[in-house]
Ligand binder design. Structure first.
Ligand SMILES: [Zn+2]
Length: 304
């Protein structure tokens, strides 16, 4: 066989691509950001609202395009405090359905019915847009679904969009985590190897310290994820302890015994002003680069 110099060079180039791990897919932060904006275009997505209903249809359509199977877990929650019955829905999008070796990634798709941390008292009863608190985690999972559909992952993956995470009033924890609690209490079958919740990962000034419950209960998984972040060049992941954050991971752990951690940036401020649970939680405060840092880390972890 005779190769010209230029053919030889391009052959070596291809070889180099493969040996450098060119087989790991990339994560498109701009595309993910498009999913964040699209969700916000539906308006507030709190249970019972028009935005909630329209977003559910949108998310189902998108996930059905990408996933091997999509399950819809509907349930209702009677809220004693308000006397209102809420129709809630978890979406479970699966890849490699028959693979017993599975991992789980989840985010909440609902948004908070009130901006109770807003500086303006008149806004505190208004539902919020939830660009970061809601849309960001879902945006990463939608983009990952696209990646998995084009590059089948080496393990079975379930992507879950939980409903009713942010419904409760401050301190009233029984009215939070409605979707993850329902899912975990009714969980049957083989447990995933691990589960990761992503929440509030869109902040343009993203910093991800280690959430403390995650560290105390699942240190090994935390180490694996933060190592993957380092390999992915995601410097937003910080190797220091953050605060204790009550989130969907606790439900998976408590009611289903699933090893779960939370990736969350709970410090959501701009110039000393709090954005968390306020009317200021808008797409302008988020960035494609932040979503990409988290997406690339999860790809690094899953395709390892
Ligand atoms: Zn929240």
């Amino acid at each position: 066989m005779k190769l010209s110099v230029s053919a030889m060079l391009s052959f070596l180039f291809v070889l180099t691509l493969f040996s450098c791990g060119g087989n790991k897919p990339d994560f498109d932060g701009d595309s993910a950001f498009g999913y964040l904006v699209k969700q916000c275009d539906f308006g507030p997505r709190n249970p019972g609202s028009r935005g909630h209903k329209n977003t559910l249809n949108y998310l189902l359509t998108e996930m059905r395009t990408f996933a091997d199977s999509v399950k819809v877990q509907k349930f209702s929650h009677f809220d004693k405090r308000t006397g209102i019955s809420l129709d809630l829905t978890n979406i479970i999008a699966s890849f490699k359905v028959s693979d017993a070796n599975r991992v789980l990634l989840a985010a909440h798709w609902d948004t908070r019915p009130r901006s109770d941390q807003d500086k303006m008292p008149s806004k505190r009863n208004q539902p919020l847009l939830g660009a970061n608190d809601g849309a960001s985690g879902v945006a990463v999972l939608l983009e990952l679904a696209k990646v998995f559909s084009e590059n089948p992952p080496p393990v079975g993956v379930d992507l879950i969009l939980f409903d009713g995470e942010d419904f409760g009033e401050e301190g009233d924890l029984d009215r939070y985590f409605l979707g993850s609690r329902h899912f975990a209490k009714n969980f049957t079958g083989q447990k995933p190897k691990w589960a990761i919740i992503i929440d509030m990962v869109g902040d343009a000034e993203l910093e991800l310290p280690i959430e403390r419950y995650s560290f105390e209960r699942n240190k090994k998984l935390v180490e694996k994820v933060w190592d993957a972040a380092e390999r992915a060049g995601a410097s937003q992941f910080k190797r220091r302890l953050g605060s204790y954050v009550q989130d969907d991971h606790l439900m998976l752990y408590e009611y289903a015994g699933i090893e779960a951690i939370d990736i969350i940036d709970f410090d959501y401020t701009r110039g000393g002003i709090n954005l968390w649970h306020t009317s200021l939680d808008t797409p302008e405060m988020c960035s494609p680069a932040s979503l990409a840092a988290v997406g690339r880390t999860l790809i690094e972890l899953i395709y390892e």
